[in-house]
Write a protein that binds this ligand. Structure first.
Ligand SMILES: [Zn+2]
Length: 529
């Protein structure tokens, strides 16, 4: 029954959209007429369905996400876009690995400590072990660095032992690193330290986390939802020794009465730049039993093939993520703005391109409308596409990405017709100019470049799917309306969406994409990354 309503809904939307008036369906439509097929009504219809409770917040790898993917595929099918995905579907299937703790425990001298309060361990940084790890002593090993210039492992018998290390690296009184010999820090990341511990046969690494409060808060957020990674990402954790991060309080518990001695040893390291260890008797037990499951996610592909034989092998990618946070208990994160708004916008732009193609005015270059999952899990769907592209990346002329375009932020409360433009000038001056001209000619939005600053503390340039293209040297423009009080809350619902501004943004996206897909010369990458 639900399915029938859903299919009927698609027919309703796709079968009879506000396309060009009948008498004009034979003439070659103008760009403005095509853009006019992007309407508030249709944006609203897509958005309400995608942000409905039925989609259960569209968390990657869940039934809700699959339902949303199927909705998008049926919309593409109803417009006549070809199925170019796996097994003649509209999907690029992605196998994700979901890692979580089945059982995680730490006890010191018989006292149990609380995960995510006194210590934390990441399932994707540990292989886990069936049996508890038991220790009668712990070795303080400085910073856990094993470098030619400075090594805490020098003359240390660590095989099968538990070690206690500081994060970071030893700096002398002048602020120079004992590893690099300069003010520049070395690349001894936690990953490298865990690999060195593994290589030296260490059984367990306790890391004294000097930013414990902030990091544990982040980890609580991460671990409260299913943590995913593409199955093809391999298992780097097999190269790491078992590990967990501990607060300074928990470190004191491990050290018992030896805290002062440890501080003395550390000060010796900082003073002389030579390792200074300490063996501390303590009864410690660690239980790390992991749960690893495979989950299927999908990217959805809508392809409009170019009409110009000389240009159709060049591809423009227009993208948005359609996944969101899912449910916590019965609470659904509908994700109306994040990112049902961007998904609806990309669908409407696809419809306009397909309408053009239907009337023989299709784009000269090919356009791939890419709706990705896995964004909320770390840009995983667009990463997967970039690593498994359907069209060679060197033929991908640009990426146009849309994420959260349905709301008005506090800064623009009285001037809602604006959009943040991020990244357009980072790799190509032409992309920036094309967007500016499209706006000046057709949509007259306020283009706000606040978040395009290289030192933007929010780092939005790195936080949506265009980054997986930009990172690979493909010019990318990101359209974003800013954040608001409902961001990543269950209150991000469809009733708060401003469709009048969304339709303008949708038309700007269309006009910029249209120019990119039809201009004689593909845009140049003329700005050094
Ligand atoms: Zn988003």
């Amino acid at each position: 029954m639900k399915r029938f309503i859903f299919a009927a809904g698609v027919l309703l939307i796709a079968g009879f959209p506000a396309l060009l008036p009948a008498q004009m369906r034979t003439a070659v439509p103008t760009e403005v007429e095509l853009a006019a097929t992007i309407t508030t009504d249709e944006l609203k219809r897509h958005l309400i369905i995608l942000a409905s409770d039925e989609m259960e917040g569209r968390e990657t790898g869940t039934a809700g996400q699959l339902k949303a993917a199927e909705y998008i595929a049926e919309v593409f099918a109803s417009w006549g876009l070809p199925a170019i995905g796996d097994d003649n579907t509209y999907f690029q299937q992605i196998v994700f690995k979901a890692e979580s703790w089945k059982q995680i425990e730490l006890s010191i001298n018989g006292k149990k400590y609380r995960h995510l309060w006194d210590y934390y361990a990441s399932p994707s940084y540990n292989t886990g072990s069936a049996a508890p790890l038991q220790f009668k002593e712990v070795l303080f090993l400085g910073y856990g660095i094993d470098d030619a210039a400075y090594s805490d492992y020098k003359n240390a018998a660590v095989r099968g032992k538990a070690i206690l290390i500081y994060d970071g690296e030893p700096m002398d009184a002048n602020g120079d690193s004992y590893v690099t010999g300069t003010k520049n820090k070395s690349d001894w990341s936690i990953e490298r330290k865990l690999e060195a511990a593994k290589a030296n046969g260490v059984a367990m690494v306790f890391i004294i986390d000097t930013q414990f409060k902030e990091n544990v808060a982040e980890m609580r957020k991460t671990l409260s939802s299913t943590r995913l990674k593409p199955a093809q990402a391999g298992t780097p954790e097999t190269g790491y020794a078992a590990n967990c991060h501990i607060s300074s309080e928990t470190a004191k518990a491990l050290l018992g009465g030896q805290v002062k001695k440890l501080v003395k040893q550390r000060d010796k390291i900082l003073k002389k730049g030579r390792p200074a260890g300490l063996t501390v008797p303590v009864v410690a037990e660690v239980v790390q039993i992991k749960d690893t499951r495979s989950l299927m996610g999908q990217n959805v592909l809508g392809f409009v093939e170019g009409s110009d034989p000389a240009l159709k092998d060049e591809v423009l990618v227009v993208s948005a993520h359609f996944d969101h946070l899912g449910k916590r208990g019965d609470a659904i994160y509908n994700g109306a703005d994040d990112n049902a708004s961007g998904t609806s916008t990309v669908l409407e732009v696809a419809q306009a391109f397909m309408e053009a193609k239907r009337l023989g005015a299709g784009p000269r270059r090919s356009v791939l409308f890419l709706l990705v999952s896995g964004e909320e899990k770390g840009l995983l769907g667009s990463q997967y596409y970039a690593e498994n592209p359907l069209f060679p990346l060197q033929n991908t002329i640009a990426n146009v990405n849309v994420d959260m375009v349905g709301r008005v932020d506090a800064k623009h409360e009285s001037t809602p017709n604006y959009i943040y433009v991020i990244g357009a000038d980072r790799l190509s001056t032409e992309l920036h100019r094309i967007n500016e001209e499209a706006n000046a000619t057709y949509t007259n939005l306020e283009l706000d470049y606040t978040y395009n600053a290289k030192n933007d503390p929010n780092r939005y340039y790195y936080r949506s799917d265009h980054y997986n293209f930009a990172e690979r040297g493909i010019p990318a423009v990101f359209y974003f309306s800013g954040t608001h009080e409902d961001y990543h809350r269950t209150t991000d619902t469809a009733d708060k969406i401003n469709y009048d501004k969304m339709v303008l943004i949708g038309r700007l996206v269309f006009h910029t994409a249209w120019e990119l897909a039809n201009r004689d010369k593909r845009i140049e990458v003329d700005v050094k990354k």
